[in-house]
Design a protein around this ligand. Structure first.
Ligand SMILES: Cc1ncc(COP(=O)(O)O)c(C=O)c1O
Length: 500
């Protein structure tokens, strides 16, 4: 049989694929698709083998394979085992008439191709799409960190508060709201953070947002230019990295020890950074508290350099022994701290209510920007939460959750000691809803996570919280969301996985 070469038989596919932002796969996909749509490749026509086409075009066989598989999935190509690849006899109707560029039918010039998928994105869009945060935490997973005990949430009280607000709020709740948030909730938050966290602010500095993540995104858009440096803790919270990376920032990993982020190391690595993201009251994920000396050093650096400190105080309300150190914001005398807190953990994740306390000169600017992006947070839930706080239910709920979590933590410590020691060593455990479980040197935590997932237990690897190559294997283990018996069963599965 005559050798089938593209050059001889299908000139329309000839020509080198270009270097550039569009992948070879996408270019080839477009070229074949376009050739079919314009009729340059007739219906039923046989295409060369992937090997031949790859050789002729100077690309890998995987590239051709990928493009052919996609075209087959979309109905443009038919592949018959032993016979080869053919243009489908009937190209899907959806693609035909209006979508065939008329110009291309009349002339032999290559039809204009529209970038697809990732290639259609902006530079920022491509950066954003390239960030993989891993699986979300929907559903119940006893060992996934930062999930609250929904079984202990006062559902009845909350339902009553929301229902009363719906009845009383009437049509007033239906108007557009202020970008800064619903005033009574802003006031309630200002009082709460002043009392509980020694944050110094006026209620006008408080903006109600959907989530910490939304605050971080807004901070990144408004305070960071592409190419500027941002300190992030190493290991650290991946959500913050994602927001800053999407903005095109250069991430500077700053190591962490039991006293929190090592500020001197940050100053040495990137003295001119624009912003430092920190979790001072409970370092995520390792659990240390930033020492007072380092808090002051961090503020001194920010004041000197005119840098921003983003203080993420995500779970400091849940402290089981002693009193937490006051917030960094409360020590700031120069308005360099953006303080962030969330209700999505102490209340429930689908609530989507968080807050940011801004330096006074940023409030109007942030509000104007927030107005552009998504307007505001739903007024009904803001109003209901303000009522819930005002009636004292929030403080009671926090008190109750501290008891529940302390009990779950103690049961978790006992279960780990019995089921997993000494294969897992636990880190700090006096605050929050999770612990770090260190695995032995040389253990691959990603493999552990994979094997546990196959047995139905979701886990979060520690190594993915590092940016640099110096990663210690471990697991970020939640103990808050499930009753102790359920958590113990999951720990037994983990034990079996570690033994396998
Ligand atoms: C350090 C830290 N900040 C913030 C959050 C998320 O808060 P939100 O749900 O309000 O975005 C998490 C969630 O796990 C977290 O670990």
């Amino acid at each position: 049989m005559a050798k089938f070469t593209t050059g001889a038989v299908i000139p329309v596919l000839e020509g080198a694929l270009a270097d550039g932002p569009r992948t070879l796969y996408t270019q080839l996909y477009d070229r074949v698709r376009q050739a079919i749509l314009t009729g340059a490749l007739p219906l039923g026509h046989r295409l060369p083998s992937t090997r031949t086409l790859a050789a002729d075009l100077g690309v890998s066989r995987n590239t051709v394979e990928g493009a052919f598989s996609q075209l087959q999935a979309e109905g443009f190509l038919v592949r018959r085992v032993g016979a080869g690849t053919f243009v489908a006899e009937a190209v899907p109707e959806y693609y035909r008439t209006p979508r065939v560029p008329r110009v291309a039918r009349r002339s032999s010039a290559p039809a204009p191709t529209r970038p697809r998928g990732r290639d259609a994105l902006s530079e920022r869009g491509r950066r954003t799409a390239a960030i993989a945060l891993g699986p979300d935490s929907a559903g119940t997973h006893p060992l996934v960190p930062c999930l609250p005990a929904l079984d202990a949430f006062p559902v009845r009280t909350w339902q009553r508060v929301v229902a009363r607000r719906v009845r009383r709020g009437g049509r007033d709740l239906l108007h557009y709201g202020a970008a800064e948030g619903y005033r009574p909730l802003r006031e309630a938050v200002a009082t709460h953070v002043a009392t509980a966290r020694a944050v110094r602010c006026d209620w006008r500095q408080v903006m109600i947002m959907t989530s910490t993540q939304q605050v971080l995104d807004l901070v990144a858009r408004l305070l960071l230019d592409a190419g500027e440096s941002a300190w992030v803790e190493e290991p650290g919270y991946r959500g913050a990295r994602a927001a800053f990376l999407a903005a095109g920032a250069r991430l500077v990993p700053v190591p962490v020890d039991e006293d929190g982020v090592i500020v001197d190391a940050g100053v040495a690595r990137a003295p001119d950074a624009r912003l430092a993201y920190v979790t001072p009251s409970h370092q995520y994920p390792l659990g240390g508290a930033l020492s007072l000396a380092r808090r002051l050093a961090l503020l001194a650096w920010a004041h000197r350099r005119g840098a921003w400190i983003v203080e993420d105080d995500y779970d400091s309300e849940l402290r089981y022994t002693g009193r937490p150190l006051a917030s960094v914001q409360g020590l700031d005398t120069a308005g360099r701290v953006v303080y962030v807190g969330t209700f999505n953990k102490v209340m429930y994740p689908s609530l989507r209510l968080a807050y940011v306390v801004l330096p006074p000169d940023l409030v109007d600017l942030f509000a104007a920007a927030r107005q552009q992006f998504d307007g505001h947070t739903p007024t009904l839930l803001q109003a209901a939460l303000a009522d819930f706080i005002e009636a004292g239910h929030f403080v009671a709920h926090l008190r109750q959750m501290r008891l529940v979590y302390r009990e779950r933590r103690d049961a978790f410590l006992a279960a780990v000691a019995e089921e997993l020691a000494p294969r897992i060593r636990l880190g700090a455990c006096d605050t929050g809803m999770h612990l770090t479980g260190w695995l032995g040197e040389g253990v691959d935590d990603l493999q552990v996570v994979d094997r546990a997932a196959r047995r139905g237990v979701a886990l979060r690897p520690l190594s993915t919280h590092y940016l640099g190559p110096d990663r210690r294997p471990g697991l970020v283990l939640g103990y808050s969301s499930a009753p102790p018996a359920v958590t113990r069963r999951a720990l037994r599965t983990l034990s079996a996985v570690l033994d396998a």
